[in-house]
Write a protein that binds this ligand. Structure first.
Ligand code: SF4
Length: 191
């Protein structure tokens, strides 16, 4: 039997993160960890250690897809592996992240009011009125909703890919994976 390390249990953090969003949407800010840590590993270390070990989503997909055997392991279409698709998907994903920042900026400047709903796949509006956010600035609330929407949407895509294809199929075209891979290549080329 393969030995287990503490990071193999990081999938629990994925469940905690999305559950906390039901309690209070402000916990969505914790999702920034998943943006900052892989970048730090890639920029400072020049490696994909985050993806290989410490990514809670990667561990979540491995656990449910591989260990729990939920993955159907159908062949992935070739285009999902292609550099063009991966780069376009990354560009789209970060454009959506930029749009979240822009909306937050508008709310902070008093130009727009808070859209207090979680948007699934950028189109399906999920009512999320039970979370109390009265004590903080509206822009903080706005960013929470936007980030949680982005995290939940990408998690659902990752789960569908895990169920239908292989456990970590999402990692093939994950925007953070593509970005950090590019950074590592550049960094190691320089080195
Ligand atoms: S590719 Fe994305 S989801 Fe997969 S381990 Fe890396 S950061 Fe996590």
């Amino acid at each position: 039997m393969k030995s287990r390390h503490w990071y193999h249990y990081l999938w629990i953090w994925s469940i905690i993160y999305f559950s906390l969003g039901f309690v209070n949407i402000l916990f969505a800010w914790l999702g920034l960890i998943n943006f900052c840590l892989p970048l730090l590993f890639a920029i400072i270390g020049g490696n994909k250690l985050f993806c290989n070990r410490y990514c809670d989503r990667g561990q979540f997909l491995r656990f449910f897809g591989s260990q729990a055997g939920l993955s159907r392991r159908h062949a992935m279409p070739a285009f999902l592996h292609s550099t063009v698709f991966r780069v376009l998907f990354m560009a789209f994903f970060f454009a959506m992240f930029g749009s979240a920042l822009w909306t937050t900026w508008l709310v902070a400047g008093g130009v727009a009011s808070v859209q207090d709903a979680v948007m699934l796949f950028w189109t399906i509006r999920l009512p999320w009125e039970w979370t109390s956010t009265a004590a903080v600035s509206p822009w903080v609330v706005q960013f929470s909703f936007k980030l949680y929407s982005l995290m939940l949407t990408s998690e659902l895509i990752a789960i569908v890919a895990m169920l239908w294809f292989r456990p970590r199929a999402w990692c093939t075209f994950c925007p953070m994976g593509t970005l950090t891979q590019g950074i590592c290549k550049l960094r190691n080329k320089k080195g």
